[in-house]
Design a protein around this ligand. Structure first.
Ligand SMILES: NC(=O)CCC(=O)C(=O)O
Length: 262
């Protein structure tokens, strides 16, 4: 299974332009490399234009989800379609979307941990549901969003539910680049899962973002990594057998003693 992560810049507050850019990038990647899954960054329709979100966020009858469904089915590719600002009633969520190659929305996840350093709690509502595992191509997977990476319990819960691959769309600032890299390695190693991240590049509102999208295998080896400031696609091949092999070699899950942890 080939996975491509599209590390890109985002035009602030212009969903139409960003959809057009995503369409171009996805079409090009499919044509050149025929990936099975394509990953997009966090809040890629709007960036962190938080005060504008009530005007430009997606909602029940807006364009981004149908656009992604069409894109996935036209190109016969699964989309771990990053996250978008999504208005539902009085709540504005940071919502990750998973769309299969038939164009079906198979799962959505609302970011549980809102990031104070980017003022998310002033504008957004945290998710109201437990994160769940979904399947693409017969493999169990999970998705978390950016700041969620700092909460090891969340990835552990997904791994215990059977996830072998975790997607991580992000807008992670360069000021904390080391945290970004080391925490992904830690989550991959401790849970023996593939970690696939997609971080934006560029600068918005005096914050420069870190890039360094990563594909890490369950042993903790980095299979692909983006640069700090280039729009680029990173890709790697994944196999569920690798997860089994690592879990046999270092049997972390059967060594757990959860009754001593609380
Ligand atoms: N978009 C985010 O959630 C950024 C997270 C962040 O800046 C951090 O955890 O540090």
């Amino acid at each position: 299974m080939i996975i491509s992560s599209i590390q890109m810049d985002i035009v602030p507050g212009d969903p139409k332009q960003n959809r057009q850019n995503v369409e171009t990038l996805v079409s090009k990647e499919v044509k050149q490399n025929q990936p099975d899954i394509i990953v997009l960054p966090e809040m890629w329709t709007t960036a962190y234009t938080l005060p504008q979100l009530t005007d430009i966020a997606d909602h029940e009858t807006s364009n981004t989800i149908p656009f992604l469904q069409q894109l996935a089915s036209t190109h016969n590719v699964h989309l771990a379609a990053g996250s978008i600002a999504y208005q539902q009633g009085d709540d504005m969520f940071n919502r990750a979307l998973i769309i299969n190659r038939n164009g079906e929305l198979v799962y959505h996840y609302d970011k549980l941990h809102l990031v104070p350093m980017l003022n998310e709690p002033d504008y957004l509502t945290g998710g109201k549901h437990k994160a769940q595992v979904f399947e693409l191509g017969g493999i169990k997977m999970g998705v978390i969003i950016c700041y969620d990476l700092r909460f090891p319990e969340l990835v552990r819960a997904l791994a215990l539910e059977g996830a072998q691959v975790i997607f991580l769309p992000a807008e992670w600032p360069d000021a904390r680049r080391d945290h970004w890299r080391y925490l992904q390695l830690a989550r991959a190693i401790e849970n023996q899962v593939y970690m696939i991240s997609c971080n934006r590049i560029g600068t918005y509102n005096n914050t420069t973002f870190a890039g360094h999208s990563m594909i890490i295998d369950p042993w903790g080896s980095i299979l692909a990594e983006g640069s700090t400031d280039q729009a680029e696609v990173i890709r790697a091949s994944l196999s569920p057998e690798k997860v089994t092999e690592v879990r046999q070699q270092v049997p972390v899950f059967s060594s757990r003693v959860p009754h001593y942890y609380a």
